[in-house]
Design a protein around this ligand. Structure first.
Ligand code: ATP
Ligand code: MG
Length: 561
């Protein structure tokens, strides 16, 4: 994959705008989340794009909460979104805004539209409005209320605001064109009555503006030049323009649409994410299996990996499905260079070195990260009794199994060659309880002076020194690339093994002080992080971020990508 930067179509548009002096040479974008859920990796694409464009062109990017729907929005979401954007590495400076701050100005603009004969109060029910709207093949019909006088409209609109009517009694609609080929222009609703408490404006308002009206006005009031949104808003652009062209706004932003991110083996719609959280299918918004930024953070994904991923997938005009393996590749790329390597044994099997002196302890020097010599080495205690991974020993090894087996010699990483001489089993169950070996004192550091080779290197911990730990093996949340596509119900495609909790693991003693959230490579196993919530000295808990198996590399080698 080439790391060379290519220009996406939005950058090209901005370069052209700068050349022609549009917007007076300014570049001003915004990221406009609705605080009705947590941010996910799809939002990260939009954040990287909007903040990235501002950085690249010396412009500004606002963080604006699009909080015009009080029934679904909450302060908890506002707080979480602020934390997530900051964590991802972006800074909105002083420019934190709320659409609700503009409610009065938007209301005043609405009265202007009424006075210009461009908006009217309609008293059809929601269902009637839908019926009158027509279809893609049939023109709509005009509402019987469309000819109300300006005076009557103003009076009704003011009384709507004053709280005289129940929810649904009236709406304010733009007067555009009921025969338009674009359904969004068939007298779209601008305001509805909603007697609901807003998380910021309380009960001050009982009418709320619709997205298509509030969004262009918020952009214009903030001086936004390039309003970048996802493709499903393409058909809304004429309405965006209509609102701005008919009101005396201080600035004239333009809307551009790009393809949203779709990622395989997960879901990126808030509606579905809410079902997973509220239905108890995951432990909360920060469950490490979710594609939410809070979940990815808790899983141990570094923000650089998300930014790198957003960079790699680029920004285009066509919707597609990005392979989860590409995201995992980005995570590994970053962690490979940054995460210190340590030894942890997930399913311990005891090894006794019969010829190693009882009570003796020595320290071997382990390399912290071979990719980065600056990370140095650390001492790891070695002694007569060790633990290795249960799956690294087989009493009757099949042909391509090169790890430990009776009579066979292998290397213990950074330590010695050992050779299996005896297997100790539980007399009742037949289960292997211990493996007895001898070690070769001549092979300190893991190399034989006589040049003899072994086919496997195992990780290990010293039984007396290792610390107990819980390890949570997270895997993809769904078993199919497009959850629900074939089954009809995305919940039917949940991966029953997306979390396997191992409570009897052993980790090397250096992990005793692991800071919550810190990331490691457990040698030969994968990347893990100290759970930010549950891990502390005395109760070690690690989350698997991603395994070492690099499917992406494999696909590349096969020439499949
Ligand atoms: P959802 O579809 O998950 O409910 P939304 O679009 O309703 O998300 P908003 O809070 O309105 O969520 O989104 C804020 C911004 O993030 C919008 O500009 C939206 O276009 C963008 N965005 C949301 N989902 C994606 C995605 N999957 N890929 C890229 N951008 C996205
Ligand atoms: Mg939205």
């Amino acid at each position: 994959m080439s790391s060379e930067k290519s220009t996406n179509f939005i950058q090209a548009i901005i370069e052209e705008d700068l050349k022609t002096g549009k917007h007076g040479g300014r570049v001003h974008t915004r990221f406009p989340p609705e605080p009705n859920g947590y941010l996910h990796i799809g939002h990260a694409k939009s954040i990287c794009l909007n903040f990235g464009i501002a950085q690249e062109f010396g412009g500004l990017c606002n963080l604006r909460f699009d909080d015009t729907n009080p029934t679904k929005e909450e302060q908890e979401y506002v707080d979480a979104i602020l934390e997530d954007v900051r964590w991802l590495g972006f800074d909105w400076g002083e420019r934190l805004y709320f659409a609700s701050d503009y409610f009065q100005q938007m209301y005043d603009y609405a009265e202007m539209l009424i006075e210009k004969g461009l908006a009217y109060v309609c008293s059809l029910s929601a269902e009637e409005i839908r019926e009158y709207r027509g279809t893609l093949t049939e023109p709509g019909r005009e509402s019987p209320y469309r000819r109300r006088s300006v005076a009557e409209n103003l009076d009704l609109f003011r009384r709507m605001r004053a709280g005289e009517f129940p929810d649904g009694a009236h709406v304010l609609r733009a007067k555009i064109d009921m025969a338009s080929g674009n359904l969004n222009l068939r007298d779209p609703v601008l305001y509805r009555i909603l007697h609901a408490e807003h998380h910021r404006t309380g009960n001050r308002w009982c009418i709320y503006p619709m997205y298509d009206y509030a969004h262009p006005l918020s952009d214009a009031l903030e001086g936004v030049t390039h309003s970048i949104c996802t493709l499903e808003f393409e058909d809304h652009r004429p309405l965006y323009d209509w609102v701005l062209d008919n009101l005396p706004v201080p600035c004239r932003p333009r809307q551009y649409e790009f393809a949203r991110l779709n990622l395989s083996y997960t879901v990126l719609s808030k509606r579905r994410l809410i079902r997973l959280v509220e239905g108890g299918y995951v432990s909360g918004w920060d469950d490490p299996r979710l594609p939410t930024l809070a979940g990815l953070r808790r899983r141990g994904v570094p923000p650089e990996a998300i930014r790198k991923f957003c960079d790699l997938i680029g920004v285009g005009k066509r919707n597609n499905l990005v392979d989860m393996a590409l995201f995992e590749y980005c995570i590994r790329e970053v962690l490979n260079l940054t995460a210190p390597r340590v030894m942890a044994v997930l399913r311990p099997l005891k090894v006794v070195l019969l010829n190693y002196p009882e009570g003796q302890v020595e320290e071997v020097q382990a390399v912290n990260n071979p990719e980065d010599p600056a990370q140095g080495t650390r001492p790891v205690p070695f002694s007569r009794e060790l633990y290795i991974e249960r799956e690294d020993f087989l009493e009757e090894p099949p042909p391509r199994f090169y790890r430990l087996a009776p009579g066979r010699e292998v290397r213990l990483r950074y330590a010695y060659f050992i050779k299996c001489v005896e297997v100790v089993k539980n007399p009742d169950t037949g289960e292997i309880e211990e493996v007895h070996c001898t070690y070769d004192p001549q092979t300190k550091g893991g190399y034989a002076p006589d040049g003899r080779k072994v086919k496997a290197t195992l990780h290990w911990v010293s039984a007396a020194h290792a610390l107990p730990a819980e390890v949570r093996l997270y895997d993809r949340l769904f078993t199919v690339p497009e959850p629900g596509a074939a089954s009809g119900n995305f919940l039917d495609d949940l991966n029953p093994h997306s979390l396997v909790t191992l409570t009897d693991c052993r980790v090397e003693p250096s992990l005793g002080q692991a800071a919550p959230g810190s990331r490691f490579q457990f040698e030969r196993l994968g990347y893990f992080c100290a759970d930010p919530r549950d891990c502390r000295p005395g109760r070690l808990v690690f989350n698997r971020t991603v395994s070492l198996k690099d499917e992406w590399e494999k696909l590349k080698q096969k020439g499949a990508v």
